[in-house]
Design a protein. Structure first.
Lengths: 543, 258
């Protein structure tokens, strides 16, 4: 609970710093307000437990409103604040303070509630409507500049939305699994008087039967319970499957941190604007929208990536131990006949060679392909257009597959070693170079092309003499740059067993020989910098 | 004027481009006969259709309506190979020179010979002895033999345009089309380019059609003036016949003064 107030303080601090720096305060009020609305509807706030862990539901604030109507203060406060920010000046400040305070009050008093029994009520179609809205919205955005396409696009968006709705509603679609919500948005309703007693009684009644089974399995007997509290937050299986959940207001989900932080920002921004009403700018609504977008994308992302600096503190001893063992690096130890430096140098050489061969193969094949993938070279006939689209499709699809995955597949096919790495690099670079080359061709000056066409030269000769001399230096430059990238990706390829220095490091890391691994790391740092420097120097001479 | 054999017959030529703002008619029912050995200057304001007209004469553009007969063949209907064969007899000189900057002057002039080579020889750059001879000859005529190995992008604007003229002449053309060849050059170099073209016209009897907006140059060098206004031919005759009033109307000067 106290951690939540720390977040509020953080929000206050952020807003006041921005205010001291004379930033627009109204912008922060609007941004935090809109983000609060998003959090209200979409971020999990508390926890409601059932029988099994998969029965657990993390309800949003909106879902909790039937249980605790005071939560409506949050959207109402935010709406009031947004209305007031429209007027600007001191009223906007009042709005920020009121909205922030309302959110803190409502969310804060929710946390003082005791655990209680509640019933889940799925709102069918809510997720379907959301999907339809997202599809429709993106289509509307896409068709913004194409008046002629807008109507057909909108119609197909509506159709797509409708089909999605039907699909989710079909019997087999009911289980379609959106993150933590089985196709439904769930509201939490209070239960009538006596429900708890009924559940306890039916649990106690089913105990003899259950205990008979447990005895067969050799498990200890379960005792009758006086209240649901005896089950420590969980619910009996039967009640759980009937839709009952034990709501625990004091268990915080990330939405709670978000709400307290955003409310703090809003409160702080409002206060700053009360003292200095001039802290506003004309385009605050748009900027606020942007702030809200970033906030509502970032906050769930921090949760999803399990971001927790505490883990670093826990892992600190390992880091210390690692540093102790890794330094000084072991260059050579004649006594035990280990020569890491020698091995590192030869493995670095292999890595560079992998990048060299891979880049070379890619360049050789990308050269002809890129002409087929260039729009301006393939205008001639419908047949050529077909070749163009096929080549483009091939390059685009293949480019989507990362080098690492190609390497994993090839290692399985041709075995451990640099050959798999070389092929992976060649295949991926082919797609990158093909794209870069063909863009260079498309951007070539059209003048010489027109000139050579008017001398009566054949199409192939126009390409050879008007386009090729223009793009060749660019090709070379792109190839060198690609080599630089390939060297770095061949380091990583070693980790999946495709040879080179990466393989060496992986091996030493696994066997705990950090002092030998360190030699490899230092060598990589040096060589990467040398190659970067050489490559940019070479390229600056070329173009 | 001596009665000369007609080389180019332009009949009912119209050209319409599809633009985002709707169709745009650039040429409207143009009819013109160009005799062999003529030196014809096309004048008019920007956007009057001069460039479109010129590009239609060598098949870079296909007209919407109408025909262009050159020595009796309608070049707007030629298949690709035949069109390439026709184009090698037509030299085209561009306002932006359109040379390949990274290649040498000689290589650029040799491009004029590509139309006479089998494709594979062209791809490998295997020009014949006579192609080299012709290319060097033309470079010498524009006084650039000393620069034959210089990269074209290291040459000055005037020298570049002379390389472009040599490239056109290396085609041994019977017709030269020049689209504002002097617009990117200073007055002295402009005169030089016009004199070079005039010399080819007089010494070799090459027919020259030139787009030009500098009226003085047109009047000084051309044997005949054709004026375009909004896609239509509004004047066709000897330079002397072009009256002050006609010029004012052509460039819509009256309206600008009023």
């Amino acid at each position: 609970m106290s951690a939540l107030w720390v977040y509020t303080l953080l929000g206050l601090l952020l807003a006041s710093l921005a205010g001291v720096a004379k930033g627009s305060m109204r912008r922060w009020t609007v941004g935090a307000g809109l983000a609060l609305l998003v959090a209200f509807v979409a971020f999990p706030f508390s926890r409601a437990r059932g029988f099994l862990s998969r029965d657990t539901v993390d309800p949003t604030l909106l879902a909790l409103t039937p249980l605790f109507p005071l939560l409506w203060l949050i959207p109402l406060g935010v709406a009031l604040a947004l209305l007031l920010t429209h007027r600007g000046g001191r009223p906007a400040g009042v709005g920020g303070v009121l909205g922030g305070a309302a959110a803190l009050l409502a969310a804060g008093s929710w946390y003082t509630q005791p655990p209680q029994l509640a019933r889940l009520a799925p709102v069918e179609g809510a997720m379907e409507a959301l999907v339809a809205l997202v599809v429709g919205g993106s289509v509307a955005l896409l068709s913004l500049n194409r008046l002629r396409w807008r109507l057909p696009l909108l119609i197909s968006a509506v159709l797509a939305g409708g089909l999605t709705f039907l699909w989710f509603h079909a019997p087999q679609g009911g289980g379609a699994y959106l993150p933590k919500s089985l196709g439904y948005y769930k509201l939490i309703y209070p239960t009538p008087e006596g429900t708890q007693q009924a559940i306890v009684e039916s649990y106690n009644q089913s105990l003899p039967e259950l205990n008979a089974i447990r005895k067969e399995l050799g498990q200890e007997e379960l005792k009758p319970i006086q209240s649901l509290g005896d089950l420590q937050g969980a619910l009996p299986a039967q009640a759980s499957s009937q839709g009952y959940r034990q709501v625990q207001p004091s268990t915080t989900q990330y939405g709670a941190f978000a709400v307290f932080f955003l409310a703090g920002v809003m409160l702080g921004a409002g206060l700053m604007q009360l003292f200095n009403p001039a802290l506003q700018e004309p385009d605050d609504l748009r900027a606020g929208l942007l702030i809200a977008l970033v906030a509502s994308a970032l906050i769930p992302a921090f949760d999803a990536t399990e971001f927790d600096l505490g883990k670093l503190v826990v892992g600190w001893p390992f880091l210390q131990q690692f540093a102790d063992k890794a330094w000084p690096p072991l260059l050579a130890d004649a006594a035990s006949e280990r020569y890491p430096l020698q091995e590192v140098l030869s493995q670095i050489a292999v890595t560079v060679q992998m990048a060299l061969v891979g880049t070379f193969l890619a360049a050789v094949f990308a050269m002809p392909l890129s002409f087929l993938a260039a729009r301006n070279v393939t205008l001639g006939s419908p047949w050529m257009r077909g070749v163009f689209y096929t080549t483009r499709l091939f390059l685009n699809v293949l480019r989507g597959v990362p080098t690492l995955i190609i390497a994993l597949i090839l290692v399985a096919a041709v075995g451990l070693g640099p050959f798999a790495g070389v092929m992976a690099i060649a295949i991926h670079s082919l797609t990158e170079l093909g794209k870069l080359y063909s863009e260079a061709i498309e951007n070539a000056d059209k003048g010489p092309v027109e000139a050579l066409e008017s001398t009566g030269a054949a199409g192939a000769n126009v390409v050879r003499w008007a386009i090729l001399p223009q793009v060749l230096p660019l090709f070379v430059s792109y190839t060198i740059y690609n080599f630089e990238i390939n060297f770095r990706s061949s380091l990583v390829l070693g980790l999946v067993g495709a040879g080179g220095i990466g393989y060496f490091i992986n091996e030493k890391m696994a066997s705990g020989q950090y002092d030998q691994m360190m030699v490899g790391v230092i060598a990589i740092v040096v060589v990467v910098n040398i190659i970067d420097f050489a490559s940019s120097w070479l390229r600056s001479r070329l173009v | 004027m001596i009665c000369l054999q007609t080389m180019i017959e332009v009949r009912n030529l119209s050209q319409t481009f599809q633009t985002p703002k709707g169709p745009l008619q650039v040429l409207v029912d143009v009819n013109l006969d160009i005799p062999k050995g003529d030196f014809l200057a096309v004048i008019g304001r920007s956007g009057a259709g001069k460039s479109t007209f010129l590009r239609t004469l060598n098949g870079l553009l296909i007209p919407t309506v109408g025909s262009v007969r050159v020595n009796g063949t309608d070049i707007t209907k030629l298949p690709k190979r035949e069109l390439q064969k026709y184009r090698r007899t037509v030299g085209f000189i561009f306002q932006q020179f359109n040379l390949v900057g990274r290649l040498s002057a000689l290589e650029n002039v040799l491009h004029g010979r590509l139309g006479y080579l089998p494709t594979w020889r062209g791809l490998l750059g295997l020009y014949r002895e006579q192609d080299y001879r012709i290319a060097r000859e033309q470079l010498a005529r524009v006084d650039l033999l000393a620069k034959e190995n210089a990269r074209v992008d290291s040459l000055s604007g005037g020298q570049q345009q002379r390389v472009a003229i040599a490239r056109a002449m290396a085609q041994e053309p019977s017709l030269i089309l020049a689209d504002e060849p002097a617009a990117n050059l200073d007055p002295v170099l402009s005169e030089e380019v016009m004199r070079t073209l005039k010399r080819f016209n007089e010494e070799e009897g090459v027919t020259v059609v030139i787009n030009i907006h500098a009226l003085e140059l047109a009047l000084k060098y051309a044997k005949r003036i054709v004026a375009f206004k909004r896609g239509r031919v509004v004047f066709d005759g000897r330079p002397e016949a072009l009256s002050e009033a006609a010029v004012d109307d052509l460039y819509e000067r009256k309206e600008m003064l009023a």
